[in-house]
Design a protein around this ligand. Structure first.
Ligand SMILES: Cc1cc2nc3c(=O)[nH]c(=O)nc-3n(C[C@H](O)[C@H](O)[C@H](O)COP(=O)(O)OP(=O)(O)OC[C@H]3O[C@@H](n4cnc5c(N)ncnc54)[C@H](O)[C@@H]3O)c2cc1C
Length: 505
């Protein structure tokens, strides 16, 4: 039987990100993936929000994505677009890049990190005991791991077999999406009517002066809301054609589909992200309408939160109770996404004068500076705040990517996080902080910084003398001239001093 420290079921964006995080931490993680390659039968997510670009920047790979995508202002709420170019981040924008490219680039990185991927195989069952999980694979092979993580999408077998409840709401709207050729010139852009939102656009596009400019020719990406919800049948070209005629009065001579798919606004969230040695991340833990483009982003950030914690538990550095903080921190983040997508779906319905009035009212409110800033920070993921207790506003928030001066020369904070290790950033007099008992795990960096500390939404905050930064870029402790609480924070997040259990090989 082949053993790994961690087995990840599903090599979509979430599983790939998690595998990379574990590999960076030196943990033997493997992915079991049903698909033969990263090719997707359909373009799902259309891009990345600012916080996800920051997260990739923390690992030194943001440029790979930026080089292939189109930078644009993509954040919005219920069709109210936000411009975040004044936000205090190095990436005050989103990135238009189809999911198959996002996955290809992530898979290339995972490959460089030497992660094993068992392709064209599906996990069919598992059983956990006190020391690990036995996993059955469709080719008859048995695998064993210390921990199993279900990154296996909305229909997650791992979630179902673990007996984790998936409460929520059934769909109220259903849309067909397709990529196909059209004999006639389609009406490019979006249209809204009583059935909902529809859109036609060329697959190839550019962003010019902040506007999407579609290519003159080439395949068209169709999104058309269906008249009825609940079809379980695989959609056909005829279904797309009929739906287009229902909305536009013509199907524009649609033919030669590359793929056809359906999405709904089904909204559900796993009641628990962990059951013993089994964890869930990404769509396996939460599904919702794609409005606002938050699904892939939330999954990648789940993986970022879980990866270093799982690595420490596997290595015996931290007790397994550290894994409970994964649910505590990430469940509320996705619950907020579920709530905002439900609100947006409701607001994008039309044909009801009262709902139109609510939409206008919300639009007015979001035109005001403070609501605009708060909602833009939420939709771009830049305001995510884990509840780590009372204290300095930085506590639990993402560390800003400051330009530091260090003994080795200028350094960005995010550069210090490339190897996914925790950092204690000491901005006071050198020698003031001693973390020798954690020196094998936490990197101490002395640096100078002259500028202001600015956070999205909150604005300027008092400059700290030191910050303890977790591998996910969130601040675990803030020093304001004293060391009070530092040892507790080091122990809480990175294990008791000197604690280490080597995994038997
Ligand atoms: C139309 C549409 C538009 C979207 N737009 C956006 C957007 O703009 N922005 C955004 O952030 N998100 C968007 N999303 C959501 C996004 O596509 C998902 O949130 C994202 O793919 C989730 O990633 P994941 O890795 O968690 O799951 P998935 O991408 O579903 O990956 C799961 C993987 O697990 C594999 N698998 C499943 N079961 C097994 C098994 N038993 N054994 C082995 N392998 C298995 C599957 O083959 C798959 O590769 C959109 C979704 C849709 C449908």
């Amino acid at each position: 039987m082949t053993e790994h420290a961690v087995l990840i079921v599903g090599g979509g964006p979430t599983g790939l990100m998690l595998a990379a995080e574990l590999a960076l931490a030196g943990v033997d993680a493997a992915i079991v993936e049903r698909r033969a390659s990263q090719d997707l039968p359909g373009s799902r997510a259309g891009g990345l929000h600012a916080r996800t670009i920051e997260v990739l920047d923390q690992r030194g790979i943001a440029d790979r994505f930026l080089a292939e995508g189109q930078v644009a202002q993509v954040a919005g709420f219920a069709r109210v677009a936000f411009d975040i170019s004044d936000f205090p981040t190095r990436h005050p924008y989103g990135l238009g890049l189809w999911q198959n490219h996002i996955e290809r680039i992530l898979a290339g990185w995972v490959d460089e990190l030497g992660v094993t991927i068992y392709r064209e195989r599906a996990v069919t069952g598992f059983a956990q005991d006190d020391t690990g999980v036995d996993v059955e694979v469709s080719d008859g092979q048995s695998l064993r791991a210390d921990y199993l993580v279900g990154c296996d999408g909305g229909r997650s077998l791992v979630r179902k077999q673990a007996g984790i409840e998936f409460p929520g709401w059934d769909p109220t709207t259903s849309a067909l999406i397709a990529e196909a050729e059209m004999a006639e010139e389609p009406e490019l852009g979006t249209r809204q009517d009583a059935a909902g939102l529809h859109g036609l656009g060329r697959v190839e596009y550019e962003i010019r002066d902040g506007e999407v400019v579609f290519a003159d020719h080439g395949p068209v990406r169709v999104m058309v809301t269906e008249q009825h919800v609940g079809s379980q049948r695989e959609p056909t070209l005829n279904d797309v054609s009929e739906a287009l005629i229902g909305v536009y009065g013509t199907d524009f001579g649609i033919h030669s589909p590359l793929w056809i798919s359906r999405f709904t606004d089904m909204t559900r969230q796993a009641a628990a992200y962990r059951k013993g040695r089994v964890l869930l991340a990404g769509d396996a833990a939460h599904v919702h309408s794609p409005v606002g483009g938050q699904g892939l982003n939330t999954g990648v950030q789940d993986a970022l939160n879980l990866g270093w914690k799982l690595a420490q538990v596997v290595k015996g550095v931290s007790p397994d109770s550290l894994l409970d903080t994964y649910h505590d921190e990430r469940h509320p983040v996705a619950a907020r996404v579920l709530r905002n997508t439900m609100a947006q779906v409701a607001l994008t319905r039309s044909g009801d004068a009262r709902l139109d009035a609510v939409r206008d009212t919300v639009s007015d409110l979001l035109g005001m500076d403070e609501p605009r800033t708060r909602y833009a920070a939420m939709m771009s993921g830049l305001d995510i705040h884990y509840e780590l207790g009372e204290g300095h506003p930085l506590l639990g928030r993402r560390v800003p990517d400051l330009d530091l001066v260090t003994a080795e020369g200028p350094r960005r904070v995010f550069t210090l996080l490339h190897d996914a290790r925790p950092v204690l950033l000491d901005l006071g007099e050198p020698g003031g902080l001693d973390i020798t008992p954690w020196a094998d795990r936490v990197r101490l960096v002395h640096a100078g910084f002259d500028g202001t500390w600015e956070l999205p939404v909150l604005g300027s905050v008092a400059a700290p003398a030191a910050v303890l930064i977790r591998p996910d870029g969130h601040v675990a402790w803030v020093g304001v001239g004293t060391h009070v609480g530092l040892e507790d924070a080091l122990t809480r997040w990175f294990g008791p001093p000197g604690q280490r259990r080597e995994r038997p090989s």
